[in-house]
Ligand binder design. Structure first.
Ligand code: FAD
Length: 323
């Protein structure tokens, strides 16, 4: 059976599972090792198998290493190969990105390079790094298959494969963009940073009509951009607009009340129930539909110099966890 990942367990379920694991295998008890070397078409076995070496997978593998011992834990993570020139030497890196920094990169508060590290440098020492892509999860057989034909069986499995972003589903008319890998996404945040620092006119930030990776990111980048423009004396030339699909500024009333004070003080324009449905790159226009009045649209002029810079409009990302 090929498992499709459609819903993730909630925090309470995850914590309960962790507690059960601790009861079974208290810290410090050594467990037998079953794994063999990582040749293609080989069979391997690990007590604890972690799929994905992003923020979730790496932090969980470090915890699992303490619980089970390094040799009993493996992480399956391909990462994309990146070739960099370092001190006149060509180096090949597997990159790991810390995505929450990207909002700060977008606002010019952090450098783009600070968001990426080699995967090797974040992989807990001694934990087996399987440099392949998971293709199939077979929970009934307790195994996974990777793209190089390796079968890896497990006793416990943690799935931390992240989310795929499908920008083409938002703006397919004008953006010749398919799935963006993390390197491309990080570069776009770098470009947004430059744009924020030079921009005048309308800056439109959006909260899409879908679940998103980080519900705070669209507002974070807006407040940071406002702060930057004020600091550099450019705020008077910019209109900052926040078009959100939600009927509230923030899901928790206590925080929403404070945020309403802030947006008033900072002269940020908030439009509720607005859903981005089209980007007209040639005219530098973004079209929004009123979710309470389907069919009613409003066009916003957006000040950007290049077509691809429209992407940050939606950059917190529609997600797709079904693959
Ligand atoms: C702009 C932005 C700002 C954010 N700000 C915050 C914030 O302030 N606070 C906060 O808590 N969160 C924030 N987030 C969300 C946070 O970054 C994510 O929740 C977090 O990165 C998710 O970690 P993850 O390990 O689940 O996924 P990821 O970090 O995306 O890692 C998934 C990994 O799985 C690997 N993978 C994918 N497919 C396969 C496969 N088939 N086989 C093997 N490996 C595979 C990928 O290569 C990747 O390394 C933000 C996100 C963004 C985009």
């Amino acid at each position: 059976m090929k498992l499709r990942l459609e819903s993730a367990p909630g925090r309470r379920d995850r914590m309960a599972a962790l507690r059960r694991l601790r009861q079974c295998h208290p810290t410090g008890i050594a467990l037998s090792q079953f794994h063999t070397s990582s040749h293609a078409s080989a069979k391997q076995h690990y007590k604890m198998l972690v799929l994905g070496g992003g923020s979730g997978g790496i932090s969980m593998s470090a915890r699992m290493k303490r619980m089970f011992g390094a040799g009993n834990v493996a992480v399956v993570e391909p990462s994309e190969a990146r070739i960099l020139w370092l001190s006149k030497n060509l180096s090949l890196f597997q990159m790991h990105y810390y995505q929450p920094i990207w909002t700060l990169v977008g606002a010019g508060a952090k450098t783009l390079t600070s968001s990426g590290r080699s995967t090797a440098s974040v992989m807990p020492s001694g934990v087996k790094w399987v440099k392949s892509k998971v293709q199939e999860i077979n929970p009934d057989k307790n195994n996974v298959l990777t793209d190089d034909g390796t079968e890896i069986s497990y006793e416990y499995l943690i799935v931390a494969l992240g989310l795929q972003l499908h920008f083409e589903k938002d703006c397919q008319k004008d953006l010749n963009t398919q799935r963006l890998d993390q390197t491309t996404q990080s570069k776009l945040w770098g470009k947004l940073g430059k744009l924020c620092r030079t921009s005048k006119g309308n800056a439109v930030f959006t909260f899409p009509n879908t679940p998103v990776k980080c519900a705070g990111a669209p507002q974070k980048i807006m407040y940071l951009t406002d702060a930057y423009l004020r600091k550099t004396g450019k705020r008077a030339k910019a209109n900052i607009i926040y078009n959100t699909s939600l009927p509230v500024l923030f899901g928790i009333k206590k925080y929403a009340d404070s945020l309403w004070e802030i947006v008033k003080q900072r002269d940020l324009q908030i439009n509720m129930r607005q859903n981005l449905i089209e980007v007209r790159a040639d005219k530098q226009e973004a079209v929004f539909e009123n979710l309470d009045k389907p069919g009613e649209t409003k066009v916003f002029q957006v000040t950007v110099s290049q077509q691809k810079l429209f992407l940050p409009l939606h950059f917190s990302g529609k997600r797709d966890s079904s693959e």
